[in-house]
Design a protein around this ligand. Structure first.
Ligand SMILES: Nc1ncnc2c1ncn2[C@@H]1O[C@H](COP(=O)(O)OP(=O)(O)OP(=O)(O)O)[C@@H](O)[C@H]1O
Length: 274
């Protein structure tokens, strides 16, 4: 089926239980990533913990999606499995049209390096490298230099993110907000299919956090970057186009852009129901 197949546009991604059976590729549905009937259990016997229970979802290309839920609801597990950092106990995971559950460890390493960007709460910059070195790291790890086009994009990122005056500085010479902007530049540099952000504002004050969220939202709105952000913070989630709520390893709500107040009150209702 092609993207122009008459039924592709009208099928809600979550309505399809088995993509394989129907021969529909995630990209036919405008999805950049997809999981179907995903399960994850830790441990065995009486000590088994079910972290994810029959989760099916699609992330739309170019969208900024927040994944919210109380502590222990399965957010990190879902992100790690979607990023190929952990394997599921059941179900399938696609990045683009690649079923990553079928890949070897070495193929997964290459896929993560080339097609996924990561932004962490703790920035995870290399302390011995300056700003330029940190942003170039994905290319160095891939054993190649940026193409002329990619270099122009990196230069644009340095300018847009206000990093130009700091290009020769090392992480310890930068503020938390500047360090997170370097991490954003590094995550966007290779134009990955999907950027995963794990509590990206967790170590920042609220004003700097808002700036960082504005930059992520702009990367999605202006450049079509697909972003999936795991967060506890209703203010952070209010910058996203879409919010998925997890509780006890299941998706319990899928909503469009919402205010921080709306998100807080839904989170509160989940806690009351628990
Ligand atoms: N390696 C592990 N071994 C055993 N149980 C685990 C492991 N990792 C996660 N869990 C359990 O799986 C469930 C989901 O954990 P997960 O870290 O995905 O939740 P979370 O929503 O990201 O939580 P938080 O917001 O606190 O980071 C929890 O009950 C957790 O204790």
């Amino acid at each position: 089926m092609t993207a122009n197949h008459p039924s592709a546009g009208c099928l809600a991604p979550w309505a399809i239980r088995s993509v394989e059976d129907m021969q529909i590729q995630p990209s036919d549905l405008g999805l950049i990533a997809r999981v179907a009937e995903l399960g994850k259990r830790y441990g065995t016997g009486a000590s088994t913990v079910t972290a994810l229970d029959d989760v099916s979802l699609g992330l739309r290309r170019g969208e900024f999606t927040a994944i919210m839920g109380p502590s222990g609801s399965g957010k990190s597990t879902l992100m790690h499995i979607m990023a190929g950092l952990d394997s599921p106990s059941a179900g399938q995971v696609w990045l683009g049209d690649t079923d990553i559950t079928e890949l070897s460890d070495s193929a997964l390493t290459v896929l993560r390096r080339r097609r996924i960007g990561f932004i962490f709460q703790s920035f995870n910059l290399v302390p011995t490298l300056d700003v330029r070195g940190n942003v170039m790291l994905p290319f160095d790890l891939d054993g190649r230099r940026p193409t002329r086009d990619e270099q122009a994009w990196i230069d644009e990122l340095f300018d847009t993110l206000g990093l130009r005056p700091r290009i020769g500085h090392r992480p310890h010479e930068l503020s938390g907000g500047q360090q997170q902007r370097v991490a954003i530049a590094r995550a966007l540099a290779t134009r990955p299919d999907l950027v995963f952000a794990d509590e990206p504002t967790g170590n920042l004050d609220s004003r700097t956090g808002r700036e960082v969220l504005g930059l992520l939202a702009a990367a999605s709105a202006r450049y079509g970057q697909s972003i999936a952000m795991v967060t506890h913070d209703p203010v952070a989630a209010s910058h996203a186009d879409r919010i998925l709520y997890l509780a006890d390893g299941r998706i319990v709500r899928d909503s469009g852009r919402s205010s921080a107040e709306e998100i807080s009150s839904f989170m509160l209702s989940m806690e009351v129901a628990a």
